[in-house]
Design a protein around this ligand. Structure first.
Ligand SMILES: Cc1cc2nc3c(=O)[nH]c(=O)nc-3n(C[C@H](O)[C@H](O)[C@H](O)COP(=O)(O)OP(=O)(O)OC[C@H]3O[C@@H](n4cnc5c(N)ncnc54)[C@H](O)[C@@H]3O)c2cc1C
Length: 528
């Protein structure tokens, strides 16, 4: 039996479920297959960056995620010999105050609590999510992808015919291997184990709640969870010294946890080890890699899972516009052009933090790049090339300071506090489905131009006159978007600036149409 679907997603953990949700949000039908019988019981990912929370807000799950938030903003990062050490060094809040950059706060939700929320919302919007089902293999040609999937309970096999494949099948991605895509980067530099252990350790160190603690006695990091819940200790082992995953038996784990805790009455189990690298391409033909299938980033900085959420968000609107709104398939090439350089730069930042936070027993870490502020890494990503209209040469750095946004095409559209229909919100709340044109107070010709291209490929654009139908309550919009009152800024469905005009234009409709076509890869209509 064969099933047809526009998109097949393989892998139903953090990033596969996010991709299903993003596609369903755009009205794209998809089938997701996950070989496990249910969402994860592991909880590697927990720190949801404020940018990822912006994405979750646009997908309608912010409140549900926030309801599982186990942290408030007072949690700090600690360093000590062990948790019983009286001399704890504090190295600041897990997240600084970013309210000037975004009205949306970060959240701390362990992956096993987050995934059911993503799954439920995606299924509610129509995604066909099949757990206990694995993809056996796939092939593709110019017209589509054909995959074999198997129900792991009954053993029944089905064939799926899809227009596109999204591979969210993790660090050991079989899809990546089958596509013949190599992985580049530092490879296996260090080996880490995640020990999950049940404990009644207190959530407070010397009276302060902590998000994580670097425990120098075991050269590892301890991540607490709710009182009485399962905590995690991440520790290194070195095969060069004859150490191996096998030594992490129950007794070895217990010993490590006791050393880290500085007390005897805790227990431990479970393991994990992984290389850190980026695939040399994020897609081939009709198949695209997202999340750990595309890049494996050390946990230092908490960037890995968040980078995957951004991948899914970036790819989903492009698939939707190609499948349903007449955009050229070349739009999908911009997924690799945009996301891969960001993943490489983010990996370099995570490795720089790894070098400075932990001892490197094997001495194989590369020389660290200059560290960039976490806030820049998360909010200030700048695409070098992709689905936007360039303004001059690309910048060398992949990150900018979002406190002083450039407003350049290829960067995140900044937050500006607005009042709309009497309600206070953010420019960020305008983005998510369509292209949006923000026009200045003297930008009526741009608003009319948007009306004139209503039938354009991509469904045209939704225009807002700032100072007319929307009020800029704090007077920041012109400066943050780098335009004058006669200018306009075109923002993509994923909240990335696609094009801007700093002022008026002699032929605004033609200019706007041309920009949109360029972004969507659509050729100009033939002359009549
Ligand atoms: C200790 C630690 C702490 C971390 N903390 C953070 C953090 O705070 N913030 C952050 O941003 N990141 C963090 N990360 C990184 C983050 O956990 C990962 O990037 C993220 O979990 C990867 O999710 P994924 O969905 O891409 O892949 P995975 O979680 O590996 O999921 C892949 C899924 O695909 C399924 N699958 C594979 N092959 C098939 C097949 N053929 N058919 C069907 N299903 C298949 C697998 O069963 C699996 O469920 C941390 C990582 C570690 C190790």
């Amino acid at each position: 039996m064969s099933i047809d679907t526009p998109v097949l997603i393989v892998g139903g953990s953090l990033n596969g479920l996010t991709a299903a949700l993003c596609l369903a949000h755009h009205g794209v039908a998809c089938i997701l297959v996950e070989r496990h019988p249910a969402t994860t019981v592991q909880y590697k990912f927990r720190g949801i960056s404020p940018r990822s929370m912006e994405i979750f807000r646009s997908l309608g799950v912010e409140d549900a995620v926030r309801a599982r938030d186990s942290a408030d903003q007072s949690h700090e990062i600690a360093r000590a010999r062990n948790l019983a050490d009286p001399n704890v060094q504090w190295s600041g809040l897990a997240w600084p105050d970013t309210t000037a950059i975004s009205p949306i706060r970060p959240a701390t939700v362990d992956q096993d609590r987050l995934e059911p929320i993503l799954r439920e919302r995606a299924a509610g919007l129509g995604a066909d999510i099949r757990f206990n089902t694995e993809m056996i293999d796939f092939e593709q040609d110019d017209h589509g992808v054909r995959a074999r999937i198997r129900d792991r309970t009954s053993g029944a096999e089905e064939s799926v015919a899809a227009r596109y494949l999204v591979a969210a099948d993790g660090a050991r991605s079989a899809a990546c291997t089958a596509l013949g895509i190599r992985r580049t980067g530092p490879g296996v530099l260090q080996h880490w184990m995640n020990l999950i252990f049940a404990t009644d350790l207190p959530l407070f160190l010397r009276g302060k709640r902590f998000t994580s603690c670097f425990v120098t006695d075991v050269n590892g990091s301890i991540l607490p969870r709710d009182s009485g819940g399962n905590w995690m200790l991440a520790v290194q082992y070195a095969p060069e010294r004859g150490e191996s995953p096998g030594q992490f038996d129950a007794a070895g784990c217990l010993d490590l946890v006791r050393k880290a805790a500085g007390r005897q009455d805790v227990k431990a189990d479970l393991i994990d080890a992984r290389p850190w690298e980026v695939a040399e391409r994020f897609g081939k033909g009709r198949a695209f890699l997202i999340g750990d299938a595309a890049h494996v980033i050390p946990p230092t900085g908490g960037f890995g899972g968040n980078t995957g959420i951004h991948d899914a968000h970036n790819l989903a609107w492009k698939l939707s516009f190609v499948l349903n709104k007449g955009a050229s398939p070349s739009l999908l090439d911009t997924y690799d052009a945009e996301r891969r350089p960001i993943a490489e730069a983010t990996l370099a930042q995570a490795l720089a933090r790894l070098s400075s936070w932990f001892k490197d027993p094997t001495g194989r870490l590369p020389p660290p790049v200059p560290a960039v502020d976490d806030v820049d890494v998360v909010f200030g990503q700048i695409y070098a090339d992709g689905a936007f209209v360039h303004e001059g040469a690309a910048r060398a750095s992949r990150f900018e300071d979002p406190r002083q946004p450039s407003g350049r095409p290829g960067s995140r559209a900044p937050h500006v506090a607005i009042v709309r229909d009497g309600e206070t919100s953010s420019t960020l709340d305008l983005f998510g489905q369509e292209f949006v044109l923000l026009c200045g107070a003297d930008g009526d010709p741009w608003v009319r131009a948007a009306g004139g291209i209503r039938d354009e490929t991509g469904g045209g654009v939704v225009a807002y006159g700032i100072g007319h139908d929307i009020q800029d309550v704090e007077g920041h919009w012109l400066q943050r978007y780098g335009v004058t009152a006669a200018g306009a800024v075109l923002v993509r469905p994923d909240g990335i600036i696609a094009w801007r005009a700093s002022g008026a234009d002699e032929a605004p409709e033609a200019t706007l149409r041309s920009a949109l076509r360029q972004i969507l890869g659509v050729s100009p209509a033939p002359a009549p």
